[in-house]
Structures are given as C-alpha cells and as structure tokens.
Design a protein around this ligand. Structure first.
Ligand SMILES: [Fe+2]
Ligand SMILES: [Fe+2]
Length: 452
C-alpha cells in the first residue's frame, strides 16, 4: 500500500455575513458563544485558500456542521468555496450534520432580537454538496446521507450521518447497522483499509463530556463494537469543538480510536494532517488554522480566538454572581425561579469569583500546594474549562494545580453513586475529573496510532 496523506477540518460553521451579524442582539448572543460568528466567512475563506495552495496532500475531509446554522445563503456560498477547492485539484469529502439543516436559522442584521433566515431541508443538502463525496461514492445510503468512498489505492472512507429527514442526531437502527456491516465486510474482502468519519464523537472527547447527552453518538458502545469488530479501528469526528484523541476497545478487545478535531472557527482552531503509513499505522499531526484578515486588536489570530473563548467562560462565572437567573437561563437550565436557590447560586458565584485557591481549599478542608495558595480560583477554573476543549490538559499529579485539584476531587467522590454517564454507564467521579484535568494518555495533538 502506498503512503497516503489527507487534511481534515471540521465545524466550519460558514455564515454568509451579509445576512447580518452585528448590533445589540448580536453582541448579547456572542457573550455566551465559543465559536466566532461574524468572522466565520473570513476564517473559512482563509482556510480554503490555504488548502488550495497546499501541495502536501490532494484530499480534504470535512466532518460536518458546514454552515453556521443551516442558512440557505451560507450553504450556497460555502459550496461555491468548496468548488474552488476542488478546482485547485483537491478531492473533497464532506458529511453534513445537525447545524446544516437546523429548524430555525437566524441572523442579527443590527436588530435587538434574532431574525429568521431562510434555511434548507435535509433532503436539499445534496443539491449543494453532491460533488463533495456523494457523487464519487462506491456505496450510498440516501436515507442517512452516508457513503463509502475510495480515498486512495488501499484506503476507503466510511462516512456516517446520524440525521435523516425524520430527525437529527438519531441512534442508528438495525437496518442502518446492517448497511454499515455490509460496507465494512466488503472493504475487508477487497483488502482495503477502512477509516470512518462522522460528525458526532463516539468516545467522549474528555471524560467529563460523557455527562453531556449531546456530546456523543447515541448508542456509542454498539457502534464501537460494530466498527472495531469489522475492521474499522479509527474514526474522525467533530461536533463538540474540542481537540482529543482517545482509544477504547470493543467487547472483543479490538482497538477503536476517535480523533476529534476542534472547530475551524473557534478556540482551539486546528486542522489535522493525517498520513496513512501502512495498513496498521496512521500518523496524526495538528496544524493551527492560517491567519485571517480581521481587526483582532493587535492580537494574533490564535490569541484572538482564545479571547472569545475566555470571554464566554468569564461571562458565565461573573454572571452567576451578578445575575444568576439570566445566566442559568442562558446556560439552558430551565425553571429556576426559586428566589432562595437563585440567592444561593449568587452567593456561590460571588465566592467562586473572589476566592483564592488557598481559601477554596480551607473551605473544603483539603491541603493546598503552597505554590498556588494565592492563585485566584477563578483563573484555575477558567483554565480547566478551556483545557477541556483544547486537550493535552496540563494539570496531572506532577503539577501543584493537579495535586491540589485531585484532593478537591476526592472530596466529591461520594457523589459518584448518584452519577451516570449520558448513556447510562457508571461513572467514577474522581477518575473522570482526574483525567479531565490532566491528560495521562495519548497526546490530543500529535500521535502515531497503531490500529491493531
Ligand atoms: Fe459545531
Ligand atoms: Fe455539531
């Protein structure tokens, strides 16, 4: 088999800016948003330009959420951009996802409230993207907009989509599993290495994300077993806008890697450069997105995107202190109108905003490492939140922050009994938090994956 390289980007969330992304309502919306919005058109154009000029690989994969929220104008313009990428000599393979046919696309043309934008139906997505994978497919499942494509001599790609005209982010049914198994077995019979791509992660990017219902493909365990036991040991995903590489095993002990890549238009904004070395080895490298033309206030584009992310975290934490009702509502916590609870949330918010790590440890009766006694707890909490998305989390037991956090986590481990993952699995809270604060496993950025 010949060595084969390709680029992968995801969650481009292209937004046609002339629809409107400015004004009072826009600013309010952005205060709790991780991804860029008005900037996405510029960012995506810079990425596509970079890939058009690139000479190191002739294939580009895009793992879904192509448009911001399914606006027709965004799809029109983004598919034109992908046409330019194709004209430059690249083979482009996409999958669509929930944000590509969202039921209520919107824009902010200087208005205080969001305004509706024209969207597209699930069945119309092919009109825009048929040239990017679907036309080249050697097998195609119309109901799921899923397909198999030959990437190179010896390498195939299984593209899975969990949306149908009936709904979004669905659990796969027996009929679709039948189709998946048929494709995997055909690849084995043909002596092909099959890789997979789906928008939704199959392994939670960081352990703590397993608590979030929407963070993974529904019925992930069955999908891991089905793919890994039928020769597919590596899937590329996106969706949570986090950067991670994880390994699990099927019930029969077969390896299964999930390489989840950060959104192209939000911190951490990375592209993957992947090389299939041979039938058993895939090398993953991470490359920051190229610089783009924007008034970043003198910051580098990477720092600018991080500042958007940090502003979101800070708004959350200061909002818990200053306006708990509004903040909880914005975070999607419904029905909290009890004044006593809101007062308590406000008090906790005030403490979180003002306490040092030393003070926090005293309240929890745990020892604080002297090096971080005076560090604002808010700074540590913001870093923890950012690293949950950026990956390669530094707070292992080898650092003062990590050692202190582990003592704090131990304090709360009694809650494990009450906790289940979003797919019903038991959770060891201490282990989950430990591995979310510090990465003890494979690097989330650059790794050589041995598939068998
Ligand atoms: Fe997304
Ligand atoms: Fe998504």
């Amino acid at each position: 088999m010949k060595e084969f390289s390709f680029w992968l980007i995801t969650d481009t969330h292209f937004f046609k800016n002339s629809l409107g992304a400015w004004g009072e309502g826009y600013n309010e919306f952005m205060s709790l948003e991780q991804k860029c919005f008005a900037e996405t058109e510029t960012i995506d154009r810079a990425i596509i330009q970079y890939l058009c000029e690139d000479q190191s690989a002739d294939t580009v994969l895009i793992a879904g959420d192509l448009s911001f929220n399914g606006e027709k104008e965004s799809h029109k313009e983004f598919s034109k951009l992908l046409g330019q990428l194709k004209d430059s000599g690249k083979n482009v393979f996409v999958v669509t996802a929930g944000h590509d046919c969202a039921p209520h696309p919107f824009c902010f043309p200087g208005t205080a409230e969001k305004q509706p934008a024209e969207g597209v139906l699930f069945d119309e997505l092919l009109d825009y993207y048929h040239a990017f994978g679907y036309d080249q497919a050697i097998a195609f499942n119309r109901e799921h907009l899923s397909y198999v494509a030959q990437l190179s001599e010896g390498v195939r790609l299984l593209v899975l989509c969990n949306d149908t005209a009936q709904g979004r982010a669905l659990e796969y049914d027996d009929a679709f599993y039948g189709w998946i198994v048929e494709q995997c077995r055909q690849a084995q019979r043909d002596g092909q290495l099959m890789l997979a791509m789906e928008h939704y992660p199959v392994i939670a990017g960081q352990p703590i994300l397993q608590l979030i219902g929407d963070a993974r493909q529904k019925g992930a365990r069955r999908l891991i077993d089905t793919l890994a036991d039928n020769g597919v040991h590596l899937i590329f995903t996106g969706h949570m806008h986090n950067q991670s590489i994880n390994l699990e095993h099927s019930a029969n002990g077969a390896k299964f890697y999930d390489v989840c890549t950060g959104s192209a238009i939000g911190c951490p904004a990375f592209m993957r450069f992947c090389t299939v070395k041979d039938e058993k080895t895939v090398e993953i490298k991470s490359v920051p997105i190229p610089d783009f033309e924007w008034d970043t206030g003198g910051r580098s584009c990477t720092d600018y995107m991080q500042s958007v992310f940090d502003a979101m975290i800070n708004t959350c934490i200061t909002g818990l202190r200053d306006n708990p009702a509004k903040t909880l509502r914005k975070l999607g916590v419904k029905g909290v109108d009890n004044q006593m609870i809101l007062k308590l949330v406000g008090k906790v918010g005030k403490f979180l905003n003002e306490a040092s790590c030393g003070k926090m440890c005293r309240v929890l009766c745990v020892k604080c490492d002297p090096e971080i006694k005076n560090l604002r707890f808010l700074t540590l909490a913001s870093n923890l939140a950012r690293y949950a998305f950026c990956g390669d989390q530094p707070y292992t037991d080898q650092t003062p922050e990590g050692r202190t956090l582990l003592r704090i986590f131990k304090r709360f481990n009694f809650l494990s009994k009450k906790l289940h993952g979003s797919q019903g699995e038991t959770v060891d809270l201490y282990e989950m938090l430990k591995h979310s604060a510090g990465n003890y496993g494979i690097s989330d950025y650059n790794a050589t994956l041995v598939l068998e």
